[in-house]
Design a protein around this ligand. Structure first.
Ligand code: DGL
Length: 267
């Protein structure tokens, strides 16, 4: 079984892409809706919450987990891979969205001026910038935290003119810096993709981690038959959340593109 973890339901946009490209596997989705947002929390707390989620998913039978949450990928993944897994689950794997997204951005960018938008936590962690520069030290990275976007999308205000105004303000420095590629470094931002494209203009590449991570997962499983062989293939999908509010079904539908029946769990 493949586990997909996010701080809430935004990661459903990533799962949706996995289901398109790799429909045969069993998937277990976990959204930590009781504790969202992660984007404003400290490294220590994001690591603790993410470890609890990973542990829960492994105990349910997942062998491979994708951290669809950019904040968790940026702040917790490395420690989980280097410290937690070798001690607790050395045969299992946890992957994130930062590396696949960075590789794709570098492949697409011609000018090597790349923009990154994300939560405060993701931007402060510098993860995207560090990984981009590791692969290409000459790249210029312009980052912009967009703390108001997650609450606006969660409030169902993606089509509100105020959201467009805020988006224009956040994107202005990136336009001014003439980035030719923009990483949408947060699960929620793909909901605003068309507006972002409208503001940034057609000549710019927008990199959405969902599509990119799904394509890289296909490649990963091809290169790692020992892991691929351990993944169950019954076409099963289960959706777990740490809190189920009336708003949940509506937002889950927005991110997933279809209704989702979720079970409430305690981590
Ligand atoms: N899932 C988070 C991310 O991709 C956004 C929501 C949050 O702040 O928890 O960064």
């Amino acid at each position: 079984m493949i586990g997909v973890f996010d701080s809430g339901f935004g990661g459903l946009v990533v799962l949706r892409e996995f289901l398109q490209l790799l429909p045969g596997y069993d998937y277990l989705y976990l959204g930590d809706n009781a504790r969202i947002p992660y984007g404003t929390r400290s490294d220590r707390v994001v690591l603790r919450f993410t470890e609890q989620a990973v542990d829960y998913l492994f105990r349910q039978g997942c062998r491979l987990i994708i951290l669809a949450c950019h904040t968790a990928s940026a702040k917790a993944l490395r420690t989980i891979q280097q410290v937690y897994l070798p001690v607790h689950y050395h045969e299992n794997r946890v992957l994130g969205v930062v590396i696949p997204t960075v590789e794709e951005a570098l492949a697409k960018s011609r000018s090597k001026r790349i923009g990154v938008i994300g939560t405060e936590g993701t931007v402060a962690s510098q993860s995207f910038e560090l990984e981009l520069k590791k692969l290409d030290p000459t790249v210029e990275v312009i980052q912009q935290a967009c703390p108001l976007l997650v609450p606006l999308i969660e409030a169902g205000e993606q089509d509100w003119e105020g959201t467009a105004m805020i988006l224009r303000r956040y994107l202005a420095p990136l336009k001014a810096a003439r980035v030719d590629t923009l990483i949408l470094g947060c699960t929620h931002y793909s909901i605003l993709k068309d507006q972002i494209r409208g503001i940034m203009g057609n000549g710019r590449e927008l990199i959405c981690s969902g599509q990119v991570t799904a394509a890289k997962l296909v490649d990963y499983l091809r290169r790692h038959p020992e892991m691929e062989g351990r993944l169950s293939r019954g076409g099963q999908r289960r959706y777990l959340t740490t809190d189920l509010t009336p708003r949940f079904q509506q937002l889950a539908g927005l991110f997933m593109g279809q209704p989702v029946n979720s079970e409430v769990v305690e981590l």
